[in-house]
Ligand binder design. Structure first.
Ligand code: GTP
Ligand code: MG
Length: 386
């Protein structure tokens, strides 16, 4: 089945009707518009006879990721992947898909999420501005992203307003891949625990989140470490998350252009059987793919998908303009993912039972569900790692 032919199966309880193909957008390129930051307000003074323990509780609540995301009303999108797996570039490709290529749908940097006006909250927002304004522009002009080197994970608030559908407010969680790198040594644990901020989010956030697992076709010396790291992230996610079945999960075979090279006109860049993508995942990511397929989610709930993904035409370390004949295929990857994110965010706002069909931004592309886990997958998942 080719991407362009994909029937929108498995999406939502009743599925979505097939629509005519949308024209791939390659319109003029506006600068992403950043929303100006609201003025900082001074922190409220503590009452005179305050109990220090109560103050501490309030302080930790105020800086709690779960608390802040809940009060912002934003839908969190969490990305897991080891260093250099392509998380940040994937996020850039999503932003640029709307900000640069398809002006029909409005995208902008949202208001700051952390309400308190301390240094760390300010730093979070400055990082988000930097990402949204600087990195997206640099990437569009041909420069690769630097490795993410922040001290703590942070959210990039993003608002998406389609002309003929409800607006969604999102919060993309950006961080460093080496936080999930497997631990060295012949004894002791293999998996790192997640950062405390992410644990806080997973433990206390009670609505649904979108979770993206980034598994690149090629990386460094090979995919083994990336597989183990990703498996560890899923193990820890499962350990900390209350209600994993409520979240929406997407496993991506990233850097697809390094498998099916558009410069060589490999037809698989545009069209490939889903079973082949699943086969590659099984070979290159045996433990994390198995673990993913074994997440305790109702197989018929439409909460688990996979897809191949290319974030851009990146050759020899240079980001290039895609050749005209491949442009619409490059666009299809972020469009497909946008459909998934948009529907998840709307569902979170409205409650699963309130919509009969899955809403989408781009009718021509929708992700698909993975095959059911085999016995071998189940064994791998139990072992945790090979
Ligand atoms: N060919 C190709 N290269 C990609 C793609 N996505 C990312 N890359 C390259 O892979 C490298 C790592 O990408 P990043 O997005 O920085 O990876 P990351 O997961 O954010 O890495 P950390 O910030 O270290 O965690 C960069 O050199 C990117 O240009 C892709 O889809 N295709
Ligand atoms: Mg990064």
């Amino acid at each position: 089945m080719s991407d362009s032919d994909r029937t929108p199966l498995h999406l939502g309880p009743a599925g979505a009707p097939k629509e005519p193909q949308a024209k791939p957008g390659a319109a003029a390129q506006p600068e992403p518009q950043a929303r100006s930051e609201p003025p900082r307000s001074a922190p409220p003074p503590l009452p005179p006879q305050v109990d220090p323990r109560a103050a501490a509780t309030r302080a930790s609540k105020a800086s709690s990721f779960a608390e802040q995301i809940t009060s912002s009303g934003r839908h969190p999108v969490i990305l897991f992947g080891t260093g250099e797996s392509g998380k940040s570039t994937l996020l850039i490709s999503l932003i640029n898909c709307l900000a640069q290529n398809d002006r029909r749908i409005n995208i902008s940097l949202g208001a700051r999420i952390f309400s308190q006006s301390d240094t760390i909250a300010e730093q979070y927002y400055q990082q988000a501005i930097m990402f949204y304004e600087r990195y997206t522009r640099d990437f569009a002009e041909g420069t690769q992203l630097p490795a993410t080197l922040v001290e703590k994970p942070y959210f990039i608030p993003i608002d998406v307003r389609p002309p003929d559908g409800p607006e969604v407010k999102l919060a993309f969680l950006e961080g460093r891949g080496d936080w999930i790198r497997p631990l060295d040594g012949d004894s002791g644990p293999v998996f790192q625990d997640l950062k405390p901020e992410i644990i806080d989010l997973l433990t206390h956030y009670s609505s649904n989140a979108s979770v993206i697992y980034v598994a690149p076709y090629t990386i460094g010396e090979g995919t083994r470490e990336s597989d183990t790291g990703l498996c560890g992230a899923i193990v820890k996610y499962q350990y900390h998350r209350n209600l994993p079945e409520r979240d929406c999960h997407l496993f991506t075979l990233a850097k697809w252009d390094t498998f099916a090279e558009p410069l060589k006109d490999d037809p698989k860049f545009a069209s490939v059987e889903d079973v082949e993508v699943a086969e590659i995942l099984m070979q290159r990511y045996p433990t994390s793919w198995a673990r993913f397929k074994n997440l305790p989610i109702d197989p018929d709930s439409g909460r688990r998908y996979f897809m191949q993904y290319a974030s851009g035409h990146i050759v020899g370390g240079i980001v290039r303009d895609p050749p005209e004949k491949h442009r619409s295929t490059f666009d299809r990857y972020p469009r497909t993912m946008w459909n998934w994110i948009y529907a998840n965010a709307l569902e979170a706002g409205q409650g699963a039972s309130r919509w009969g069909k899955r809403p989408y931004l781009f009718p021509e592309v929708l992700p698909v569900e993975p095959p059911k886990p085999s016995i071998i997958d189940q064994i791998y998942a139990m072992l945790g790692r090979r």
